[in-house]
Write a protein that binds this ligand. Sequence first.
Ligand code: MSP
Length: 509
Amino acid sequence: MTKRFYVTTPIYYVNGAPHIGHAYTSIAADVLARWKRLDGFDVFFLTGTDEHGQKVEKAAAAAGLDPQTFTDQVSADFKDMAEKMGLSNDDFIRTTEPRHKAACAELWRRIAANGHIYLGHYEGFYAIRDEAFYDEAELTTRPDGTKVAPSGAPVEWVREPSYFFDLSKWQDRLLNFYEEHPDFIAPNSRRNEVVSFVRGGLNDLSISRTTFNWGIPVPDAPGHVMYVWLDALTNYVTATGWPDPNASRAEFWPADIHLIGKDIVRFHAVYWPAFLMAAGLPVPARVSSNGWWTVEGEKMSKSLGNVVEPRTLAATYGLDQVRYFFMREKPFGADGSMSDPALVTRINTELANGIGNLAQRSLSLIARNCEGKLPRRGAETPEDAALLEAANALPGIVRDKMDRQVFHEALEEVWKVVRAGDGYIDRQAPWALKKTDAARMADVLRVLVDTIRPIATVLQPFMPGSMGKLLDQLGVPPEVRDIAGLAIPLVDGAALPPPAGVFPRYVET
Ligand code: MSP
């Protein structure tokens, strides 16, 4: 039976240029998608852009462009960012595409046909920046008398005819669902927030707008466009070819995991399952949310001029180096601060001096002392066996960490083995064995190759380019670079290409 895995990023608002906050969730999703492919799954990895709503309409007007021209441009920029960050997405969805408009209309019809939509009048607060409705109790009043949302976004008073979704009736079903699916929301702190929010009672949700028209028309309701979050969330089913049951990706629904930022948990963990249940569709298995990045401890903002552009960062430090940093520097669910010195420290201590150095030392000794040929596997000492055992345990350990999105812990486990390898090479001193016991020297070097191979294999999702080069140098054929392939030993005596460093030290110029 095929093991399938469907992973998504949020779809990004096209009101401005991509920054590292966007790149981060995308890189995490890419790491997961690549890992699952490596681990034998048939993967569908989706990213894309969220193009409707007032926020985007306003940004287009400010740029002096019609919304479609504007969104075409900004969406193309996000697509370029995805490519430059090495994303292996299988599809890139835009909410302005016909396939998506059709899926949204159908989802609306099904929710309506099941009796969960009614026409009414909305009167209340709305924050365009968050594209969210707020209760007065959620707002705070600034010293100047203006009211702001919990996110700090300004709110305005909105009064308009609107269709409503009967969210208030879903409280018990949602609470039961969370109880029956304890892994639905991660991390646990977010799960607790969601559960207490739902326990506090839910209001019916306004799901159409009538005061602007940059949105997907509500079926058979002239003047109404869909609330942008209903439109946006639907992207995840659109991309599976829904509602066509014969679409090639139909089997991927429900998604295995939505990776999102912590600010949009309510939409994904409350509204989305309720919409899906109301439409009679299965609910995704998990919503895992990431914390926010600051830059040197400061919130990124255009006014502070500290917005970090991910493509520039990759061009300066190297793509794999940047991907590694993001996955290693902080736990996925937690907030964290990025800075150039922190990035350089990770590059130099863990990549250049860590895995890079271990590989370079081992491979250059083979090049010099073994005629560049892979030594055959000899008799194992207890020390050899201990190191190999630790290295061979990595796939199982990494699998468990990936399934819980504790990427930094997966890397920490890999690094324990790199450090063990460093200790091993220092103690065994193969360079000294050359004169005293050439056979043992060869054994030691082969143990090192067989240790570095699983390390490089499990690191491929994080640093695909560099690990590909390292596996080339270890002589690992492309068809056995996945987890299953680790069971196939390397061929004794195979000629290895001349070693070349994969991670240069970063030196400020
Ligand atoms: N369009 C909605 C998502 C719809 S998904 C059906 C949206 N877009 S967004 O472009 O504003 O944000 C996308 C993601 O970027 C969010 O998950 C948000 O948390 C994340 N980030 C934005 N700034 C961030 C940081 N500074 N750090 C980390 N992630 C941040 O919301």
